[in-house]
Design a protein around this ligand. Structure first.
Ligand code: DGJ
Length: 358
């Protein structure tokens, strides 16, 4: 089901036919010469190897739905990726499973739990046939990094619990006049749990993990702490960026500061990226504006953020911005933008480069 391609770009390859650079937005061949199929992805560094997990898309306009599952690739140098197969498979059609073939399963992120020795995958889940109404998160677990992952459950975070930073006034506020009223939505879903769409997972130095997701009809981001086994929410969560309609969150830490890179909310169409910084994961978060520079920086070079990868193999202070170029009419042809993040006065900067390497 892949796109078979024969790339011959001599300057990008070594003599043993290995890639030696990143070429954002171009086709990116795996070890079988097939364009990598891991969209909305994230990367886990485990036992000396990088593992890239992402949405396996298929050809055609329905290709954005989950027909196959979450695809995994491995690499030691970040340029050359080996196909490790499907880490989490969708359930068969008609099974009634939450992750039945044809559901929407987006932005999978895998983290390793040191206490349980398990690999935990979280993802945004929309139930089959319901569009983007369910706004759930799913969790799956495996003993092996490449899977197979076993689906545990899906749901909305923290039912019946108010965020830590909600005011008494906000609790009462039912702002029906505001069409995009995030607070109304917060109130509405307090019993059922908070809506959760675009998401990422961030693991802090103390091994505490956080689920960061677009909530309240995408109007407000929420940051929720996960339990020690990373399989549930603890009930501690905050609302950040109220009414800012942030999607595509990517969170990382550098020199004790937490950074957020995300986007505006414009469906599959690209928009200007956003960035923010905080001294605590709980905030306050200070917005730092669009970190992108160069051609098409006002539309994230035609992409949308998905993850920030901290480089682990002997390159201290190196971070890679990962983004997707969506192709909604032929989802399998979606491209990847990987660019280095530099810092100017502690502000992240992402400069467009046609080709680059370390
Ligand atoms: C933008 C999101 O970031 C994607 O993950 C996806 O949900 C699309 N919207 C759907 O329109």
């Amino acid at each position: 089901m892949g796109i078979c391609i024969f790339i011959n770009v001599p300057y990008s390859y070594s003599q043993d036919n290995k890639l030696q650079s990143f070429t954002p937005k171009e086709l990116w061949a795996d070890n079988n010469g097939v364009h990598i199929n891991a969209h909305g992805g994230g990367v886990l560094f485990d036992n000396g190897k990088y593992y890239w997990f992402g949405e396996h898309k298929i050809a055609g306009p329905k290709g954005n739905r989950a027909h196959v599952g979450v695809h995994c690739y491995s690499s030691t140098d970040l340029y050359n990726w080996k196909d490790e197969g499907i880490a989490l498979s969708v359930a068969p059609e008609g099974s009634g499973s939450d992750i039945e073939k044809g559901c929407i399963l987006e932005r999978p992120k895998v983290v390793y739990n040191e206490k349980t020795n398990k690999y935990v995958m979280w993802f945004h889940l929309e139930l089959k046939g319901q569009g983007y109404k369910a706004a759930r998160s799913g969790v799956a677990v495996s003993d092996n990094v490449i899977g197979p992952y076993t689906f545990i459950r899906s749901g909305r975070p923290n039912p019946g619990i108010w965020p830590m930073n909600v005011t008494e006034e906000e609790k009462k506020s039912i702002d029906m006049s505001d069409k995009k009223a995030p607070l109304r939505v917060l109130n509405k879903y307090i019993e059922t749990g908070q809506m959760a769409r675009d998401m990422t997972i961030f693991v802090d130095d103390d091994q505490k993990a956080y689920h960061i997701y677009a909530s309240e009809e995408n109007g407000t981001t929420q940051i929720a702490e996960l339990t020690d086994d990373y399989l549930s929410h603890t009930g501690k969560y905050v609302r950040v960026f109220p009414k800012r309609y942030m999607e595509a969150a990517a969170v990382f830490k550098r020199n004790g500061k937490y950074y957020f890179i995300g986007s505006d909310c414009t469906g599959w169409k690209p928009n200007a990226a956003r960035s923010a910084v905080a001294s605590s994961i709980w905030g306050p978060w200070e917005e730092l504006g669009n970190p992108c520079r160069g051609k098409d920086s006002n539309i994230t070079f035609e992409g949308q953020s998905t993850y920030v990868l901290k480089v682990q193999h002997g390159r201290p202070d190196s971070y890679i911005f990962m983004a997707d170029v969506w192709r909604p009419d032929n989802a399998i042809d979606g491209r990847y933008i990987w660019l280095p993040i530099t810092f100017k006065n502690d502000k992240p900067i992402i400069q467009w480069k046609k080709e680059w390497n370390f």
